[in-house]
Design a protein around this ligand. Structure first.
Ligand code: ZN
Length: 128
């Protein structure tokens, strides 16, 4: 994290606790899922099975992903966890997710958001 910060990216009440719990349950593997909503307002957070072999990466279950992506039009982006590192984007995070997707990373130092187009750091807050 660092550099220019904008946002905030807002999440539904209770989301941060849900993300931290899912991250803890998946550890030492990464947890991952999708964010739904519009612009910088996330209305729903879901979990998708991580089918990656390694511990320091995630690959969303292609079948689950297909079902969700073909049934919803409000996908805003993705989230995943870094069980043993900070919430900074990794090399894979910079190139992996589809362009136009907001990203949220649950790291050892907190939760960070990243803008879709230029990966600008977004403050992540819960709506009251
Ligand atoms: Zn990552």
């Amino acid at each position: 994290m660092g550099g220019r910060t904008t946002g905030p990216l807002t999440l539904p009440p209770g989301s941060l606790e849900v993300l931290r719990r899912l991250a803890a349950e998946a550890s030492p593997r990464e947890a991952c899922g999708l964010l739904f909503g519009e612009a910088l307002d996330v209305t729903e957070v879901t979990s998708i099975r991580n089918v990656a072999d390694g511990r320091s990466e995630f690959v969303m279950d292609p079948e689950e992903l297909f079902v969700v992506l073909s049934s919803r039009e409000d996908v805003l982006g993705s989230w995943h966890s870094h069980p043993r590192s900070t919430a900074d984007l990794s090399e894979a995070d910079l190139t992996g997710p589809p362009r136009g997707w907001v990203q949220v990373v649950v790291g050892t130092n907190g939760v960070a958001g990243y803008a879709a187009t230029d990966h600008t750091v977004l403050t992540v807050v819960e709506r009251p």
